[in-house]
Every structure is written in C-alpha cells, then in structure tokens.
Design a protein around this ligand. Structure first.
Ligand SMILES: C[S@@+](CC[C@H](N)C(=O)[O-])C[C@H]1O[C@@H](n2cnc3c(N)ncnc32)[C@H](O)[C@@H]1O
Length: 279
C-alpha cells in the first residue's frame, strides 16, 4: 500500500505543490552549494550588497548567499511556509545581517525596503498563472539600478534518455495534469526573459545550464530528491498514474529501476535571467 504523505495546513503554503512534512529536508539535501555559488556569481552577487531571497525555503540558499556578500552585506529571506521559516531561523538565523520572515510574495513587500539584488530561484515554477504578477510585485523591491534575478527550470522532469516507453509516455501526461490542476509550470524557464522584458528591465542577460544532470551511479542525495518529487507528484496525479499498466506499484518500480540504472541519462535545463531596473 502506498503511504499517504502528510500535508501541512498552513494557510497559503497549502497551495504549494511540494508541501509535505519532509520538504525542509528535501530542499536542504538537494541544494548543491557549489552550483548555487556559481549561479550567484553569474547573477552579480557581491560583497556589501543588500539582497532579498524570495521563496527562500529552509534558509540554506539564503545562508550561502549571505557568505558571498560578506563583508558588509545583508540578506532577507522570505517564504510563505511557517515550517520553512521556523527551520531557517533555527538553523541559519541569529546572526547580524541575515533575517527570515513569513511572507507571501504575492502580497505587498514595502515593509522590507529596497534591495541591490532580488533573487528568486525555483519559485515561479509553481505559478503558471500569477508568475508575472509576482515579478511586477518584486520589481518594487529592487533599487533603481539594482538587479532582479529569476532562476528556474524548463522542461521540468521531462528530459530522459534510455527510459522505458511506458514511463516515457506517462511523464508528460503527469506534468500536464499538474500544470493544469495545481498551477505548476513545467515550461516556466523559457518565459523568464519575457517577464523581465515586459516589466521594463534593461541590460537583460540569460544563461542556460544543466540542473540535475545525472549519468552513471546515482548519488544518494539525487535519488532521495527525485524519489520525493515523484512520490509527491504521484500522490497529486493519482488519476493519471492509475492508468499505468500495473498501477502505482509498477510505475514506482519502473521509475526506481530507471533512476538506479547507470546507463540512464537525465537532466533539466535551468535558465538564469537577470535585468537592471532603470535608474
Ligand atoms: C522549491 S522551493 C525553492 C527554495 C529555494 N529558493 C531554493 O532555491 O532551493 C520553493 C519555495 O518557495 C516557497 N513559495 C512558493 N510560493 C511562495 C509565495 N507565493 N510566497 C512565498 N514563498 C513561496 C515555498 O514555500 C518553498 O519553500
């Protein structure tokens, strides 16, 4: 029997597709500090800056960004999940120049003031409808001459080679279902440039890199993250998965066998997009 994941019931974050008791740990484990540092350097993160980490999760990304802005920099992490903010405060808070606040990015942000750089990674993918409004809202927090950085996935969970055909044909159906039913956007990455363009940012630059690039023996942290993602997706897209030959158990076994097969090749394109707010 499949174990039902216990969902949290905090008001806003209940809308978040990935919400579960283990989401703090999943986000903590999957964060690759070296990859994040490279992304941050490309975005122009520098010592002395004041940064907003929008949708900061359990705080690990905020803490890594904080290191990059020393000496003299400060950072505010906001997230609409009570458990994520409590975890962030407990594990990464309590130092001067780093603060965490419970806040929904769709609500006015004036109380936080303005920032040299606003960083939003892996958040807009949960807003097929509403992503542009979040960008417009965040623009108000960027100082004139400051930078807005949007980092997100494209073709999320859909690039695999060597996958059995039954599995390869159900994955796009699952993602399409989640997009429609839960307002997720599997293809948000290719929209980021237009969000900055349409909101009047200048000197826009885009970079494309591989995320979750996996070949050969899978690392335990990748296996944990991918399994968790799939468990949650399967929970939410039960209607689709029950059509899989042999049902959920077969789906889960086939997927597990694919993930641990050292011949499989998988990755997700990650788009990094930055723009400057007019002076
Ligand atoms: C996939 S996690 C990404 C965490 C972190 N940014 C990173 O790069 O690992 C998405 C986070 O965004 C938060 N989130 C989603 N929608 C939000 C909103 N409207 N306002 C604030 N936080 C939000 C979720 O609670 C979750 O912690």
């Amino acid at each position: 029997m499949r174990k039902k994941l216990k969902m949290q019931n905090s008001t806003h974050s209940a809308e978040y597709l990935m919400e579960s008791e283990e989401e703090n740990i999943r986000l903590e484990v999957k964060t690759d500090p070296d990859a994040l540092r490279k992304q941050a350097l490309w975005c122009g993160v520098k010592p002395g800056m004041r940064i907003l980490d929008g949708g900061c999760g359990p705080g690990i990304t905020t803490a890594l960004l904080y290191e990059l802005i020393q000496p003299g920099g400060s950072i505010v992490g906001v997230d609409f999940s009570k458990t994520r903010i409590a975890y962030a405060k407990e594990n990464y808070g309590g130092k001067s120049g780093i603060g965490f606040h419970l806040h929904d990015l769709r609500e006015p942000m004036e109380e936080f003031g303005q920032f040299d750089l606003v960083w939003v990674r892996f958040v807009l993918e949960y807003y097929r409808k509403g992503a542009l409004d979040i960008v417009k809202n965040l623009k108000k927090c960027v100082k004139p001459g400051g930078t807005l950085c949007l980092l997100d996935l494209d073709y999320n969970c859909l690039n695999h080679y060597g996958m059995p055909s039954q599995l390869a044909s159900i994955l796009p159906k699952i993602m399409k279902y989640l997009d429609k039913k839960y307002n997720v956007d599997t293809f948000i990455g290719c929209k980021l440039y237009s969000f900055l363009y349409d909101t009047g940012f200048e000197e826009i630059e885009v970079e494309l890199i591989a995320h979750n690039l996996i070949y050969g023996k899978i690392r335990d942290k990748d296996k944990f993250n991918l399994r968790k993602k799939i468990e949650i997706a399967a929970e939410k897209a039960d209607e689709i998965i029950k059509s899989y030959p042999g049902g959920y158990l077969n789906f889960s076994n086939d997927l597990n066998n694919y993930l641990v097969d050292p011949r499989r090749f998988t990755y997700t394109p990650l788009l990094l997009c930055k723009g400057i707010k007019k002076l």
